[in-house]
Ligand binder design. Structure first.
Ligand code: PRP
Length: 541
C-alpha cells in the first residue's frame, strides 16, 4: 500500500510563496480578460466521459482521468476547458447576442505519465470568443494572447502562428487520401524530416508537393509567408495570414508574433488559425489556442469560435528563472546536447570531428558530466539513451542524439529532425534455434527490453502474447526457458549466434536520430538550424 503521505502521480502540494505567485499570475490574467470585456464562466470539475468522445476531444483517451459514479456511468475529471464551455454555451447561451466573450480560471486534470515528470493538474486561465470569425476576431484573440504573457510578467516570448488551412490546401491539391494526410500530419507535427520527405518523393514534380516538402522549414518571421506564397501561388490562406500580420502590427508590437506553417495540431478539432506561446525556460508551449469552428456544432449550436489557454504553472516556473538563466538565453546562445553513452558515443564523436568540432572533452570525460566544446557554442552531456529523451523533452537539453529504438519505446514529444544513418541495427524477433514460434496455440511469452515495441509489433499481427520486461542480456530469457522468444536489437548477430538463438523475423530497422526540444527549436532557430545543417553536410562518414 502507498504511504499515507505520498500523492498521486503528477500532483503536488503548494505552499506559501508558490500559492502567492500562482495567484498573482491568475489575477493579472483575469484582470486583463475583464478589461477586454470577457466575463467569467466556470464548469464542473467532472463531466460525462461521452462528452469528450462525441465531440472529438483533442486529447488521447489514456490521458483522461476517469471515475465511475454510483450508477456505473463513466465520468472524467475535466481534461480541457474548451469542450465543457462549448457544451455549456450551446445549451445556455445560444439565445444571447453574439459574440460572447468568456473567460475561465480553472484547473484541468490529466492522467500523468508514470515517472516522466508530467503534470496531472494544470492551472489554466484562458478565453473563448464565441460567435465571431474573420480577421478582426483572430487579431483580437492573438493580441490578447500576447498581452496575457506580458501581463503575467514574461518579457521574452513569442506567439507562433500557423493555419490549418495551408496544409489542407496542399494535401487537397495533391488529391491525398485521408489516411495519407493523417500520416503526413503526424510526421509534420514531429518535424520528422526524414520520414516526411520519403512520403513526399512521388509528389516532387508538382508545386503543392514541393511546398509540402518545405513545410517543416517554414517557421520564423513574416518572411516565411513570402516563401510559402511563391511555392504555392494559388493559396488563399497565406494572403489571409499576411493581412492578419498587418493587422497585428497596427495593434501593437508585431515582434511578438512569428509563424510556423508546419503547425498542424489536431486536424479534426482546429479549423483555421492556430497558435502557441513560447518563452525562455519552458520546454514546451506555455500558451496554446486556435480557431475551432466545428465544436459548437457538435452540441447543436452552429457558431464559429476561437480562444486560448495559458498554462499558469508553466508561466510561474519561467518567472522563477534567475537573471543568469535569461542572460544565457540571449542571442548566439550556447546549445546543450545530450549524447547517448556507449556504442553511439564514439559514432557521435566521429560525426562531430567531421564537422570540425573539437571533441577532446567528450573523449576524455573523467568524472565530469557536462563538457563544453572549445571551438563551438555547444555543451555536451553524456547520458543513457532513455535519459537523453527525458532531458530533451523537458527542455533542459536543446538537442539529443539517440537511437530510434529508444524513441519507439518511449514515445516522443520532441522534433525528430535528422536520421544520422549511424548506429544502424534492427529490431528482430528471435527464438532458440529450431523452435517453431508460430506453430502452437498456447499464449507465447516474449521477453524484451522494449515492451512497447513488442506490444505494437504483435498487436499489428492481431496476436495475443504475454510480455516480460527484462533490463539487460535478454537472450538469457529463452535460454532459461522464461520466454519463448525475444524482441531485441541485433547489430552483428554475434550475441544471438553465441547463445544458440536465431532471428526469425525483422520488426524494424533503426538508426540514430538527432532530436530537438520543441520550444528550443522555436526560440533558437538560427543556432539549431545551423547545427542541423552542419550535421547533415557531414553525414555518412
Ligand atoms: C544489445 C542487444 C544485444 C546486442 C546485439 O545489447 O540487446 O544484446 O547488443 O548486438 P550484436 O548483434 O552485435 O551481437 P547491448 O550491448 O547494447 O547491451 P545491453 O544488453 O546492456 O543493453
Amino acid at each position: 500500500m502507498k504511504s499515507a503521505v505520498s500523492l498521486p502521480e503528477g500532483t503536488q502540494d503548494r505552499l506559501f510563496e508558490e500559492c502567492q505567485e500562482r495567484r498573482r499570475v491568475q489575477n493579472a490574467l483575469t484582470r486583463l480578460f475583464q478589461s477586454r470585456g470577457y466575463r467569467e464562466v466556470s464548469t464542473p470539475e467532472v463531466e460525462f466521459y461521452d462528452l469528450f468522445i462525441q465531440s472529438g476531444s483533442p486529447l488521447p483517451q489514456e490521458q483522461l482521468l476517469k471515475i465511475v459514479d454510483r450508477s456505473g456511468r463513466i465520468l472524467v475529471m475535466r481534461p480541457d476547458c474548451t469542450t465543457p464551455i462549448a457544451r455549456m454555451a450551446a445549451a445556455k447561451l445560444k439565445d444571447l447576442s453574439q459574440p460572447q466573450k468568456l473567460y475561465y480560471d480553472q484547473t484541468v486534470f490529466r492522467s500523468a505519465h508514470h515517472h516522466r515528470g508530467s503534470r496531472g493538474e494544470i492551472a489554466q486561465c484562458g478565453v473563448e470568443l464565441l460567435g465571431a470569425q474573420g480577421l478582426e476576431a483572430d487579431a483580437q484573440v492573438l493580441t490578447l494572447a500576447a498581452d496575457s504573457l506580458e501581463a503575467a510578467g514574461l518579457s521574452r516570448f513569442h506567439i507562433e502562428i500557423g493555419h490549418m488551412g495551408f496544409f489542407r490546401e496542399l494535401t487537397e491539391a495533391l488529391g491525398l487520401s485521408r489516411r495519407e494526410t493523417e500520416t503526413l500530419r503526424d510526421l509534420m507535427e514531429a518535424k520528422n524530416y526524414a520520414a516526411f520527405t520519403d512520403q513526399l518523393t512521388p509528389y516532387q514534380d508538382r508545386a503543392p508537393g514541393r511546398a509540402l516538402y518545405r513545410l517543416p522549414y517554414l517557421f520564423g518571421g513574416a518572411e516565411v509567408l513570402d516563401e510559402a506564397q511563391s511555392l504555392f501561388p494559388e493559396t488563399t490562406v497565406i494572403p489571409y495570414l499576411r493581412s492578419l500580420y498587418e493587422r497585428l502590427t497596427q495593434a501593437g508590437d508585431a515582434r511578438r508574433f512569428r509563424f510556423d506553417l508546419g503547425l498542424v495540431h489536431q486536424i479534426d478539432y482546429y479549423t483555421g488559425v492556430i497558435f502557441r506561446g513560447y518563452t525562455h525556460g519552458a520546454g514546451a508551449a506555455v500558451l496554446s489556442g486556435g480557431r475551432y469552428d466545428n465544436l459548437l456544432a457538435s452540441f447543436g449550436a452552429d457558431a464559429p469560435a476561437t480562444g486560448f489557454a495559458c498554462d499558469v504553472d508553466a508561466i510561474c516556473g519561467c518567472l522563477r528563472e534567475t537573471p543568469a538563466d535569461l542572460e544565457q538565453s540571449g542571442g548566439g546562445r550556447r546549445l546543450k546536447i545530450a549524447l547517448t553513452k556507449g556504442r553511439l558515443q564514439d559514432k557521435c564523436v566521429e560525426l562531430f570531428e567531421r564537422m570540425g568540432l573539437d571533441c577532446e572533452p567528450v573523449k576524455h570525460p573523467g568524472r565530469r558530466l557536462v563538457h563544453a566544446l572549445p571551438n563551438y557554442p555547444l555543451d555536451a552531456v553524456l547520458a543513457k539513451a532513455p535519459d537523453v529523451i527525458t532531458y530533451v523533452e523537458h527542455g533542459v537539453c536543446d538537442l539529443g542524439i539517440v537511437g530510434k529504438d529508444t524513441i519507439l519505446e518511449q514515445g516522443s514529444s520532441f522534433y525528430e529532425v535528422l536520421d544520422l544513418g549511424m548506429g544502424k541495427c534492427r529490431f528482430a524477433l528471435a527464438v532458440k534455434k529450431g523452435t517453431d514460434f508460430y506453430g502452437t496455440y498456447k499464449t507465447r511469452r516474449v521477453a524484451s527490453k522494449y515492451p512497447e515495441v513488442t506490444r505494437a509489433f504483435f498487436e499489428k499481427k492481431g496476436m495475443d502474447i504475454s510480455i516480460i520486461k527484462i533490463e539487460g542480456s535478454v537472450e538469457l530469457a529463452p535460454i532459461l526457458n522464461l520466454a519463448d522468444a525475444i524482441v531485441d536489437i541485433v547489430e552483428t548477430g554475434a550475441t544471438l549466434r553465441e547463445n544458440g538463438l536465431e532471428p526469425i523475423e525483422d520488426v524494424q530497422q533503426v538508426s540514430a536520430r538527432l532530436i530537438v526540444n520543441t520550444a528550443s527549436m522555436k526560440l533558437y532557430k538560427d543556432e539549431i538550424m545551423a547545427f542541423i545543417e552542419k550535421c547533415r553536410a557531414n553525414l555518412g562518414g
